[in-house]
Design a protein around this ligand. Structure first.
Ligand SMILES: C[S@@+](CC[C@H](N)C(=O)[O-])C[C@H]1O[C@@H](n2cnc3c(N)ncnc32)[C@H](O)[C@@H]1O
Ligand SMILES: Nc1c(NC[C@H](O)[C@H](O)[C@H](O)CO)[nH]c(=O)[nH]c1=O
Ligand SMILES: N[C@@H](Cc1ccc(O)cc1)C(=O)O
Ligand code: SF4
Length: 467
C-alpha cells in the first residue's frame, strides 16, 4: 500500500507491456552501502536506489533522504563547493519538423511552412544572416556560448554537396524538399554554424538527430558529418535527442527518431573528431526506473569509450501541451521525489562524469537550488531565450541574470563560478562585489548581461515568421 509516507511515482506501470521492468535481486541496503563506499554500481543497484527499494511499493521518503545524502557527499568529493553556470544564448533556428515525437510541442508541422500553404502557424525559421545578428548582439553583451537546436526542416542539407545529392536523388523517403518551396530558406547546417560563429563564440549545436538529418541519403559516416561541421565552426555537441536510450521506450515516444545504437554511434563519432559532448536523459513520461538506469549505464559506457562527456543533464518531461498528455497516454510528469532521486542516482551511478546539471528551466529556481544538494553541481546557463519547455507548458521563464545566479547560489552557502562550456575555464565570483556580469566570453567585460531594454528587443526580434 502507498500512503503519504510512501508516495507513488508517476510511472504508468503495466500500461505499455514493456519487457524491462524495475525488478532486481539486489537489496536497497546493499546498494546503498556500495554507493556510500564509492563502488561502481550495477543496474540492479541503481534501480534499488532509484525506487528506494523494489521490496516495497511507492517511494520511502526516509530511504530517499539516505540516497540524497550519499549523492551530496559524492558531489562534494568530486567537485567541492563550487556551483557553475555559463553565460549563454539559446538560438533555435527553426520549429519546422515532421518527425512527430509525441513528447514534443516545440515543432510545427513543416507542411505549414511551405509557400503554397496559407495556413497560419506560430512557428519560425531564421535565415543564416538573421541567426548571426541575434548571436552577434548576445556576444556584444558578453555570452561565452550559443546553444542551437532546431526542428528537422525538410529543406536542411548539411552543405552544398549534400544538397546536390538530395536534389538528384529520386528516393521518396528522404524527408527533403528544396528551399524554394518554403517562405524562408534556413540555408544549410554548415551555413548556420558558420553564421553563428561570431568572434570565436563557442558554438554548441547539432544533436545526433540533427546529424542524422544532415547525412540522409548519403553513405557518409558520422565522423564525416561532424568533421565538416567542425570545419564550419562547431565547438561541441548537445547530447539531446537521447530521450530515454532504450528502444522499447523510443518506439512509444519517438518512433520517427534514430535508435539507441545510432545515437551512441553519432556521439562517439563527434568525440572521435575532437568535439566535446554533453549528455542528457528525458524521463518521466512512459518510462520506468529500469529504463532510467539502463540509460545511465549506456552513458557511463559511452564515457568509458570517449572521455568526451562534459556533463549529464536530466531533463524532466514537461507534459502539459504534448501529444503524450493530450492523447491520454501520460497523466503527468515525474514527481519531485522522482526528480530528486534521478539527480542523486545520476551522480552516484555516473562515476566517470564530473558534472550533473540542475536545469532551472525544468525545475524552477527553488527546486533547482534544492537539486544542488542532491548531487547536482551545475546550474545551467543564462540562455536569454527558451522555446522548447515554454511551448510544452513550462513556466519558469527564459533567462537568469548573473546577479540572480550569484544571489541564489550564495544563499545556499555555495560558491558561484562562471564556467566555459567545457568547464576548463572557471571564474569564482565574489558575491559582495556586484553588480555581476560575465567575463569569459570573447567580448565579456563584466558588464551585466541582462539589460531589461535589450531583453525586450531580443524577445521581439528573433523570429521571422514564415507565414
Ligand atoms: C526539441 S529537440 C530539438 C533538436 C532536434 N529536433 C532533436 O530532436 O534532436 C531538443 C530536445 O528537447 C527536449 N524536449 C522536447 N520536448 C520536451 C518536453 N516536453 N519536456 C522535456 N524535454 C523536452 C528533448 O530531450 C529533445 O531531444
Ligand atoms: N538544461 C537545459 C539546458 N542546458 C544547456 C546549458 O545551458 C549549456 O548549454 C550546456 O551546459 C553546455 O554548456 N539548456 C536548455 O535550453 N534547457 C535546459 O533545460
Ligand atoms: N535543448 C534541451 C536542453 C539542452 C541543451 C543543450 C545541452 O547540452 C543540454 C541540454 C532542452 O531544452 O530540453
Ligand atoms: S524532439 Fe526534435 S525531432 Fe522530435 S518533433 Fe521535436 S523538434 Fe522534431
Amino acid at each position: 500500500m502507498t500512503d503519504a509516507a510512501n508516495p507513488r511515482a508517476n510511472v504508468p506501470r503495466g500500461e505499455f507491456g514493456f519487457d524491462h521492468v524495475p525488478e532486481t535481486d539486489q537489496s536497497f541496503e546493499n546498494a546503498l552501502a556500495k554507493a556510500r563506499a564509492g563502488e561502481r554500481l550495477t543496474v540492479a543497484d541503481g534501480v534499488e536506489l532509484l525506487t528506494t527499494g523494489t521490496d516495497r511499493e511507492g517511494i520511502d521518503v526516509g530511504r530517499k533522504e539516505l540516497v540524497l545524502e550519499a549523492a551530496d557527499r559524492r558531489r562534494e568529493e568530486v567537485v567541492g563547493e563550487e556551483v557553475t553556470f555559463v553565460a549563454n544564448l539559446n538560438n533555435n533556428v527553426t520549429t519546422a519538423c515532421n518527425t512527430g515525437c509525441l513528447f514534443c510541442n516545440f515543432k510545427d508541422r513543416s507542411e505549414q511552412f511551405r509557400s503554397a500553404n496559407d495556413e497560419s502557424h506560430g512557428g519560425f525559421t531564421k535565415r543564416p544572416h538573421e541567426s548571426r545578428e541575434i548571436v552577434r548582439k548576445a556576444v556584444e553583451r558578453g555570452i561565452y556560448e550559443v546553444t542551437s537546436v532546431s526542428g528537422l526542416h525538410p529543406a536542411f542539407a548539411l552543405d552544398e554537396e549534400h544538397r546536390e545529392i538530395l536534389e538528384s536523388s529520386d528516393r521518396g523517403d528522404l524527408n527533403y524538399r528544396p528551399p524554394e518551396e518554403y517562405e524562408v530558406d534556413p540555408g544549410t547546417y554548415c551555413e548556420q554554424i558558420e553564421a553563428m560563429s561570431v568572434d570565436g563564440v563557442h558554438v554548441h549545436s547539432m544533436t545526433p538527430e540533427e546529424a542524422y538529418h544532415g547525412r540522409r541519403g548519403t553513405d557518409w559516416s558520422y565522423e564525416e558529418v561532424y568533421g565538416r561541421l567542425k570545419e564550419a565552426g562547431l565547438d561541441s555537441v548537445p547530447g539531446t535527442a537521447a530521450e530515454t536510450l532504450v528502444d522499447e521506450v523510443r518506439d512509444v515516444i519517438c518512433p520517427g527518431k534514430i535508435g539507441t545504437d545510432e545515437w551512441l554511434e553519432a556521439m562517439e563519432a563527434a568525440a572521435n573528431v575532437g568535439l566535446d559532448v554533453t549528455s542528457t536523459i528525458m524521463y518521466g513520461h512512459v518510462d520506468n526506473e529500469m529504463h532510467r538506469v539502463m540509460h545511465l549505464e549506456r552513458i557511463r559506457e559511452l564515457q568509458e569509450r570517449t572521455g568526451a562527456i562534459t556533463e549529464f543533464v536530466p531533463l524532466s518531461f514537461v507534459h502539459q501541451n504534448t501529444p503524450l498528455h493530450e492523447e491520454g497516454m501520460v497523466q503527468a510528469g515525474a514527481t519531485t521525489h522522482e526528480d530528486e532521486l534521478l539527480i542523486a542516482v545520476s551522480r552516484l551511478f555516473l562515476d566517470n562524469v564530473d558534472h550533473v546539471q540542475s536545469s532551472w528551466v525544468k525545475y524552477g529556481d527553488e527546486q533547482g537550488l534544492k537539486m544542488l544538494s542532491c548531487g547536482a553541481d551545475d546550474f545551467m546557463g543564462t540562455i536569454l531565450s527558451e522555446e522548447i519547455t515554454k511551448r510544452a507548458g513550462g513556466e519558469f521563464g527564459e533567462v537568469r541574470s548573473f546577479d540572480e545566479y550569484v544571489e541564489m547560489i550564495d544563499a545556499i552557502g555555495r560558491v558561484p563560478v562562471e564556467r566555459s562550456t567545457d568547464y576548463r575555464q572557471r571564474r569564482r565570483i565574489d558575491p559582495d562585489d556586484g553588480p555581476h556580469g560575465p567575463e569569459l566570453g570573447p567580448k565579456a567585460d563584466g558588464t551585466p548581461l541582462v539589460d531589461p531594454d535589450w531583453l525586450g528587443e531580443a524577445a521581439s526580434d528573433p523570429t521571422s515568421a514564415d507565414d
